[in-house]
Design a protein around this ligand. Structure first.
Ligand code: S3P
Length: 413
């Protein structure tokens, strides 16, 4: 599997703040993570690669970045923009961040508000709600004890990264626990991190030391192949060395509840992250319900879960997933509209989807909305459908899974 997107971003950013060299293996060389490398280079850090999945970062410590001469372009990547804002809040210089049309519409106040409370100056449209954003940071940020209204790893990470530049402890409490790769990796680089339920605290001004990071396979990318195996006849696939961080494995649990013949084995740890292999075979599936508390643990898998639900017997209800409306596209509307085009019975609700499974899907032309996960979910739906499905704008899979269609083709019997 291609490397984990979330972990790849964090490895480059945290390595840039560490002292000495970090070598990253199995880095995800996809558009989003390449945007992070470009931004880090524009901040004066030497980054070599990716070369066969290997990236070398020459970190210069917490104060080793320099004022960028150019606008930092995060492309389509929310993680790049939000996490970088956290780092830039601690820099005594001026930066401007922008992104593509999709990213410029995504909400940024969730990070710009707390970063302002810590002492950064941030300007942007609608009082720093949307990119382009201009930020003037300071190396002596005020520590913050923040309660976030949303369970978001991007918000949590931005605050923890800014907390590196504050004297004392900075903490964030979320309504539900989001992915914890930042906490794990900061610890790996030498920071002091405390976790207590849904609260995380970081001690400011640590000395981060360059290290080696092996990036696990991305479970969010694996989910498309696993779903394809579950919904197609006579299928049997195994994905190896996939990340199994418990804040990311909600999809496997839901698949099991739906009756999937799926097995996790050879579990072990690489560095600070658990990994393992996953085998999935053709299965008879039944509908289920997914509630708010589980959503952060499968946030990026809901589009493909909708495909699984459309093929399963019975009804699947997904609630508490309103965050999907502010992803790379409005993923609730996108999946409801496009699955309906394929013949599925899907109702969009304020915060989720109700899917009556069991319809026979019929291939047709569908739209990716320029969103990589919508394109890949629709490709899996297209495999389950009769006849040919054409996906408009399918090239956006390169955001997180370059070679996705080649991998699918290679799995043909
Ligand atoms: C990510 C966190 C999630 C996820 C995104 C990557 C990250 O977003 O949807 O694809 O790397 O931190 P939120 O934390 O904003 O929900």
């Amino acid at each position: 599997m291609p490397g984990d997107k979330s972990i790849s971003h964090r490895a480059v950013m945290i390595a840039a703040l560490a002292e000495g060299e970090t070598v990253i293996e199995n880095f995800l060389a996809a558009d989003d993570c390449l945007a992070t490398i470009r931004c880090i280079r524009a901040l004066g850090i030497r980054v070599e690669g990716p070369d066969n999945g290997r990236v070398r970062v020459r970190g210069c410590g917490l104060q080793g970045l320099r004022e960028p001469e150019e606008i930092l372009d995060a492309g389509n990547s929310g993680t790049t923009m939000r996490l970088l804002l956290g780092i830039l809040a601690g820099q005594p210089f001026f930066s401007v961040l922008t992104g593509d049309r999709s990213l410029r519409r995504r909400p940024m106040r969730r990070v710009t508000d707390p970063l302002r409370q810590m002492g950064a100056t941030v300007l942007g449209r609608d009082n720093a709600a949307f990119a382009p954003l201009a930020i003037l940071g300071r190396p002596d940020l005020k520590p913050l004890c923040y309660t976030s209204p949303v369970a978001s790893a991007q918000v949590k990470s931005a605050i923890l990264l800014a907390g590196l530049f504050a004297d004392g402890y900075t903490s964030i409490t979320e309504p539900a626990r989001s992915r914890d790769h930042t906490e794990r990796m900061l610890r790996e680089f030498g920071a002091e991190i405390h976790v207590d339920g849904n609260a995380v605290a970081v001690k400011g001004r640590p000395q981060l030391k360059g290290t080696e990071i092996a990036v696990p396979g991305d479970i969010s990318s694996a989910a498309f192949l696993l779903t394809a195996a579950l919904v197609l006849p006579d299928a049997d696939i195994t994905v190896i060395d996939v990340g199994l961080n418990p804040t990311r494995t909600g999809i496997i649990e839901v698949m099991k509840i739906m009756g999937a013949d799926i097995e996790v084995f050879a579990t072990r740890k690489i560095g600070c992250e658990p990994i393992g292999n996953i085998r999935a075979r053709s299965s008879r599936l039944v509908g289920t319900s997914v509630d708010k508390n589980l959503v952060p643990r499968l946030i990026d898998e809901i589009p493909v879960l909708a495909v699984l639900a459309a093929v399963a017997d019975g009804v699947t209800v997904i609630r508490g997933a309103e965050e999907l409306r502010v992803k790379e596209s409005n993923r609730l509307t996108a999946m409801a509209t496009e699955l309906a085009r394929l013949g599925a019975d899907v109702t969009e609700t304020r915060d989720g989807l109700i899917i009556k499974g069991g319809a026979t899907l019929q291939g047709t032309t569908v739209d990716s909305y320029g969103d990589h996960r919508i394109a890949m979910a629709l490709a899996v739906a297209g495999l389950a459908a009769r006849g040919r499905t054409t996906i408009r704008g399918a090239e956006c899979v390169s955001i997180s899974f370059p070679g996705f269609f080649e991998v699918l083709n290679s799995l043909r019997p």
